[in-house]
Design a protein around this ligand. Structure first.
Ligand code: ASP
Length: 598
């Protein structure tokens, strides 16, 4: 626990509970807080009193506590008290080495009940998961009294304080941007807010402050940051909330290396302040293509091997129809050497099901045996092909080999995830190791086969490297970078387009015609014509960083008032139906397709 904050004496207290330490023996103190625990012992009443700094033991004595003794009798868990007393040393047998205040106790001389509490719906002290998360969320103010939750929020505070400290020191200016705004395309659905003054028109809540921070660069602020709330109307997951917090940063007159360098110093500073991992600078960088090639993902966990290997060249002329048709169709065959393993048929079948669940049509498994394979697929492949596959996969006798043949996106997604599954299953991840890496040199665009169009890999404002060739948009690379920590993306950003002309070309490549671009982003295009400096930035998921730092299982454990997986705030009961009158003011009528809560 960090040091107790300063305290001005008043009628409630002159010390924090956590400050009642042996150096105060023989002095009087007054503390205030909540009854953590109460025990009756041979005529004496022991109370553990809790405030945000810790717990101190109070002793109510029938003779020395006077009127307070009566009160001590009536106290129950979570009642709120102000207590005065003498600090005394505990007898040797009653010292509690678990508590910083465990060598002393407070002999109560006066006590005042400030508020009483109903019986809480779950134990605060000694909580061990006896109630489900819904109960905790419904009574979040009680849940937040628990030490673990308090520590998580304190850590969160220290993380954002360290971010602000660093950025302030480097001349970044904290500017707030609107929450009621227009759609900002980050790829999710917008939350909409109807306007009563312009019936039928809606504000969108920002998916990020992206365009405002760019406008601040046009405005000449040069260095901006904001701890900004962002909103994306998408399903909640263990590491995602529809409403979340970003550390948002933008800089002018910089290239990608400048942004990366400033951010490495920022991360090192924050981790240093809060006891996070030690970062060696400069941090490792891996190109996007290499990450996809070796790990099948753009957020690789570098703490273990099991790298993907491309096997297409070994199988170009194969007679095996399944492989041949995939290669002829422009697909890929990729594999993993999972190392020397024993695995019964049932578990191998389990791996096949897993691959199918991840989107593959099937999975080929094999164990290297002599120069060939023990595998149901071995008979379809020539000796030369098997030898070549073994060599490319670095297979030794008994190694388990897993192959997927499909479109490249599928082989990447399936093997990329199976690589992680296998590492967990075989215990290959050293939990004490931390690997931070920049993923750099991204493609600008991503082909969306379903919609038959190009999508922005980051967002539509990311700058292409070099000249943008509208005839060949798929070839464009981007000045973009993501920072990944043990397989989780912490943040990402890019150098932005600062020319209206290039921005229009990129919009056109994304299928946004000139008229739509003008209607939705006219203000940006206009601003870019008034002298926009070269600029770029980044945004971090603050909730995620804190979650990782304290090892919380879900992001909800580091958010004071989070929403459930289905987007409900159980404490206040939101979202909720509204009065017809409110709807009328907004000019809205609702088709009641679903009843709230169902
Ligand atoms: N606006 C981007 C995001 O929310 C981050 C950035 O490009 O700075 O992911």
């Amino acid at each position: 626990m960090s040091e107790a904050p300063p305290l001005t004496s008043n009628r409630y207290r002159d010390a924090w509970c956590g400050q009642v330490l042996p150096d105060r023996v023989d002095s009087e103190v007054r503390v205030a807080g909540w009854v953590n625990r109460r025990r009756d012992h041979g005529g004496l009443i022991f109370i553990d009193l809790r405030d945000r700094t810790g717990v101190v033991q109070l002793v109510f004595h029938p003779e020395t506590s006077g009127e307070a003794f009566e009160l001590g009798h009536k106290l129950r868990a979570e009642d709120v008290l102000s207590v005065a007393g003498d600090v005394v040393r505990r007898s040797a047998e009653t010292v509690n080495p678990e508590l910083p205040t465990g060598e002393v106790e407070l002999k109560v001389t006066a006590a005042e009940l400030l508020a009483d509490s109903e019986t809480p719906p779950f134990q605060i002290e000694g909580y061990s998961g006896e109630v489900g998360e819904d109960a905790r969320l419904r009574h979040r103010y009680l849940d937040l009294r628990r030490g673990q939750m308090r520590e998580a929020l304190m850590l969160r505070h220290r993380v954002t304080a360290a971010m602000r400290e660093f950025l302030d020191g480097e001349g970044f200016v904290d500017v707030e941007t609107p929450v009621l705004t227009r759609s900002t395309p980050e790829g999710a659905r917008d939350f909409l807010v109807p306007s009563s003054q312009q019936q039928g028109s809606f504000y969108a809540l920002p998916q990020s402050p992206q365009l405002f921070k760019q406008l601040l660069m046009v405005a000449g602020f040069e260095r901006y940051y904001q701890v900004a709330r962002c909103f994306r109307d998408e399903a909640t997951r263990a590491d995602r909330q529809a409403e979340f917090t970003q550390l948002d940063i933008e800089m002018s007159f910089v290239d990608g290396d400048d942004v990366i360098a400033a951010n490495e110093r920022l991360l090192a500073h924050v981790f240093d302040r809060v006891g996070g991992p030690k970062i060696e600078l400069p941090m490792q960088r891996v190109c996007y293509d290499e990450a996809m090639g070796r790990f099948g993902t753009d957020r690789p966990d570098l703490r273990f091997g099991l790298e993907l290997v491309d096997l297409g060249d070994a199988l170009r002329g194969t007679e095996f129809k399944v492989f041949r048709s995939v290669l002829e169709g422009g697909g890929s065959i990729r594999g993993i050497n999972a190392g020397r393993r024993e695995m019964p048929r049932s578990e191998l079948d389990g791996l096949i099901s897993r691959a199918q669940e991840l989107g593959a049509k099937g999975l080929v498994w094999a164990f290297r045996e002599g120069e060939g394979w023990r595998s149901p697929t071995a008979k379809f492949l020539s000796e030369a092909e098997l030898a070549d596959l073994n060599q490319r996969l670095g297979a030794e006798e008994g190694d388990l080999l897993l192959l997927v043949a499909d479109e490249r996106k599928v082989t990447d997604a399936v093997l990329g995830q199976m690589r992680i599954d296998l590492a967990e299953r075989f215990g290959l991840i050293d939990e004490d190791e931390d690997r931070l890496v920049w993923i750099v040199d991204w493609p600008l665009l991503d082909w969306n086969e379903g919609e038959k169009r190009w999508d922005a890999m980051h967002h539509p404002f990311t700058a292409p490297t070099g000249d943008f060739d509208p005839e060949n948009p798929g070839a464009a690379r981007a000045h973009a970078y993501d920072v990944v920590w043990n397989g989780q993306e912490l943040g990402g950003g890019s150098i932005r387009i600062h020319s209206a002309e290039v921005q229009q070309q990129v919009f056109a490549a994304l299928g946004i015609d000139a008229e739509t671009a003008e209607a939705r982003f006219g203000f940006l295009l206009e601003a870019l014509r008034f002298g926009a400096p070269p600029h770029g930035g980044i945004a971090y998921g603050v909730d995620r960083i804190v979650q990782r730092l304290c090892g919380a299982e879900t992001i909800r454990d580091v958010i004071a008032f989070p929403k459930t997986a289905s987007g409900f705030d159980l404490l206040v009961g939101a979202p909720a139906p509204v009065e017809d009158l409110q709807l009328r003011d907004l000019g809205i009528s609702v088709h009641k397709r679903k009843l709230a809560g169902h």
